[in-house]
Structure formats: C-alpha cells, structure tokens
Design a protein around this ligand. Structure first.
Ligand code: AMP
Ligand code: MG
Length: 430
C-alpha cells in the first residue's frame, strides 16, 4: 500500500466532527476508520467462477447487446400488432414456425403469423406474440379473441437486459451469483478483481491457552482466534493466524513486526483495556501511530486503532478488546466495513430489520448498544425479537444463540415491550 500519501491520524481526527477519543460515538469511530484505511493495490484476472465473492477492480462495459436480437417471451404466435382487429376476433394464417436458436427466416405478409417458441428470434416485421393458451387453432389458422394481446406484448427487445456500451457492473462490486451469471451472458471468461486483502491476527494474554494445551488453573482457551478466523473467512480475505502471544515485550514486539511485515491489516484481541497492566499498548504505541479509544458502545468499549510500521511497510492496526462478545461486536460494527473498503468494495449499508421487542430492554442514552437477539416471524406478518439470556460481554453463547444483533442507537433510551427496534440479521441471501 502506498503509505506516503496517507493522512496522519491527527489530520483525520481534525476532520471528524465531535472527535473525542475518550467517549467516541460509533458513527464518529466509523467515519475516522473510513478515512484511515487505504484500498489494496494490485489487480488479478480470474476465471469467472473463481471470482465469486471477489471485488471487481474495473467497470465492466457491455460490448454486446443482451439479448442480441428481439425474441419471444412466450410460446405462442408471432404477429404484426397492426393486424389485430379493433374489436372481435382476429384470424391469421400460420406460415411457419421458429424455435429458440432456429428462428423463422421467411417473409411474413400482413394477415399471416408464425408459430414461435420462447427465446426464438422475432421474424422480420413482427412485433407481438400472443400466448398459445389464448388462441384457438383451426387447421393452418389461429383465431385470437379480442383483448388477448396488445401490440408489442410478449416481445423481448435486443439489449433490454444489457445494451452495448452500458456499465454492466461497476468497479467495487462484490461479485454475487447473479453478477457472474451476467458476466457469462456477456461472454466474459475472466474478470479483473482486486487482490485479496491479507489480515494477520493474534490473541494476547498470559491466561490464554490454545486448543491441545492443558488448561492450567486460572486459564481459558483462546476462542477469539476462532471467531475472528470465521468472520474473516466470510469476508473472503487471506488470513494469517499467529496464535497466542504472551504478555512479554519481546514476544509482542516480534509478533507485531512479523504481522505488519506480512499483512495489510493486523488484528489483535485483548490487552487494550484502560489500566491494563500489560505491554500490549506500550508496544503498539512504540511501533507506530496508534490511538487508544474509549468508544461509546456496549459491548466493546476500548479499542486501539492506527498504523504500525516495520521495515518501511505499514499495516493498519485494529486492537480489539479481549472479551469474546466484544471482539465480535466491534468487528461487525467497526472493522468489517473497513476491511471491505480496503478490499476495494464500494461501501453499502447492511439491510436492517425492524422487529418488535418482545420484552422491555434497558438502555442508557449516550452509547450504541448491540444486544444479541433471536428474530422470528410475528403473528402480524412483521418480525419480533427476543434478547438471548445474559448479555455479558464474556458470554459467547449469547452470540451463538442469536440470529441477529439488536442495534440500539446512540441517543435511544429504554425500549418498551412491543416497541420496534433495529435488528442486523446475521444471515443474508447472497
Ligand atoms: P482484556 O481485554 O485482555 O482485559 O481481556 C478481557 C477478558 O477477555 C478477560 O477475561 C480475558 O481472559 C478474556 N479474553 C481475552 N482474550 C481472549 C481470547 N482470545 N479468548 C477468550 N477470552 C479472552
Ligand atoms: Mg488481557
């Protein structure tokens, strides 16, 4: 990444209205981060199927019309709209038939029509298709009752899906199944995508043990590396799992240097709490330009953000809190979109549901809260949401049980039972 042209953290903070590192609203934190993160450079050409989920690096301009010819939208009879009788039946003579890929080539005089199948090219001079179920066939004649079809109906126009010269897909698009289908309809075998973002991550804390190690007294297994790995996989970035790093200055420094040398982004968990008696913060601050925030959100208040540098290479640092729910919530609320932007994707807000809260929810104005909820269809045809049990930031089960986050906005107060709240569903159809 080209760090030379990037603004300093101080410059960025002066652009963010109401910036206060000790009580930073989520919206301001997101704005800061959006200004901080650079996009990857480097484009690769990928075969269409390999490009699913990747970010398009250049606009794709249609160089053909799709469809390439006017064609029938129905199985029926192609005719001239001007032949339809103003009132009463229209009777036409059938002079041939056209199939998809094998259209009728002959001439069709007024008063004549052509049997036609869906997708078959419209014979010259014909502009309307009457569906077969509306007509009566009588030898080589069809009888079309009044009102069965209007001129121009059931005909697909050349280029109505994509016209030559159209921007079929804009750069920044995360390619979904419909998109690779559309690219196929243009005959594209390959597309240019941004290279994958590389993200290194590790957990910090002397109490952490990795799977396979004995669980010594007072220790916990490291779960953050697994939730982080999962969330990063879903984003389609390259991951570098650097394990658990003990609270030891040399080990931490080596880990930060190695991470920054090998990745675009470094994500850590733990060790950023206020008054934390460890070395993580000191080393982050020494290796780069790093801010320590207290974000007005719950869970997930403390966070380190900035750039760390080693050997002329810089990486963006997200130092997330240690609590397992806080890691996930800060990732979704603050990191996810930043990684997408770094990957070259054009930011798009996630769709939210409005769901009636089954119970009252206590909420203090002045911070954004992300409660874990289970959304189900409501009797009235809308949605309702029930908070999963205890909302402690160490209770990962609350995330596992939930199918969405109830997002209670910064200024919002208590929620009454039945009141509508915003829910960010975990699952999207993509
Ligand atoms: P910290 O932010 O380092 O003060 O950690 C806050 C809490 O999260 C402590 O209870 C830690 O034991 C716990 N914690 C920190 N990192 C992890 C991790 N990787 N996996 C599970 N729990 C963690
Ligand atoms: Mg710790």
């Amino acid at each position: 990444m080209n760090d030379k042209t990037l603004p300093t953290l101080e410059e960025i903070s002066s652009c963010v209205n109401g910036y206060d590192p000790n009580a930073l609203p989520v919206a301001q934190a997101r704005e800061f981060i959006a200004r901080l993160v650079p996009r990857v450079e480097g484009v690769e050409m990928l075969a269409l199927r390999s490009a699913l989920g990747r970010v398009l690096a250049r606009d794709v301009i249609s160089d053909i019309n799709v469809p390439s010819h006017d064609n029938s939208a129905m199985d029926g009879y192609a005719l001239r709209g001007t032949d339809l009788a103003a009132g009463g039946d229209t009777v036409l003579q059938v002079v041939g038939s056209g199939l998809a890929g094998d259209g009728y080539q002959g001439d069709v005089a007024p008063g004549q029509c052509v049997r036609i199948m869906t997708g078959a090219t419209m014979p010259a001079g014909l502009d309307t298709v009457v569906p077969q179920e509306f007509v009566k066939v009588d030898g080589d004649r069809v009888v079309i009752p009044a009102g069965a079809v209007r001129p121009g109906e059931n005909r697909r126009l050349a280029g109505e899906d994509l016209a030559r010269g159209d921007v079929a897909l804009a750069a920044g698009r995360v390619l979904r199944p419909a998109d690779i289908g559309m690219l196929a309809s243009l005959g594209r075998a390959e597309v240019p995508v941004w290279r994958r973002l590389r993200v290194a991550f590790f957990s910090t804390g002397n109490e952490l043990r990795s799977i396979g190690e004995p669980l010594d007294p007072g220790c916990v297994y490291d779960s953050n590396r697994y939730t982080l790995w999962g969330m990063l996989q879903r984003l389609g970035v390259d991951v570098l799992d650097m394990g658990v790093v003990r609270d030891d200055p040399q080990a931490l420094e080596a880990a930060f240097r190695e991470a920054a040398a090998n990745a675009d982004v470094v994500i850590t968990s733990g060790g950023v709490s206020v008054g934390e008696a460890d070395y993580t913060k000191a080393i982050m601050a020494r290796l780069g330009d790093v801010l320590f925030w207290r974000i007005a959100m719950r869970p997930g208040r403390p966070m380190a953000i900035g750039r760390i540098e080693t050997g002329g290479r810089g990486a963006i640092l997200f130092g997330l809190p240690g609590n397992p729910v806080a890691v996930m919530v800060t990732f979704y609320a603050l990191v996810r979109d930043a990684l997408l932007a770094m990957s070259g994707a054009t930011p798009a807000p996630l769709p939210m549901l409005r769901a009636a809260s089954v119970t009252p929810i206590r909420k203090k104005p002045g911070r954004t809260e992300y409660q874990r909820g289970i959304v189900t269809p409501a009797a009235d045809g809308g949605w309702e949401v029930r908070i999963t049990g205890s909302q402690g930031s160490g209770i990962l089960r609350s995330m596992s049980q939930a199918n969405g986050l109830v997002v209670l906005a910064h200024d919002q107060g208590n929620v009454a039972a039945g009141e509508l709240v915003d829910v960010l569903p975990f699952d999207g159809l993509i």
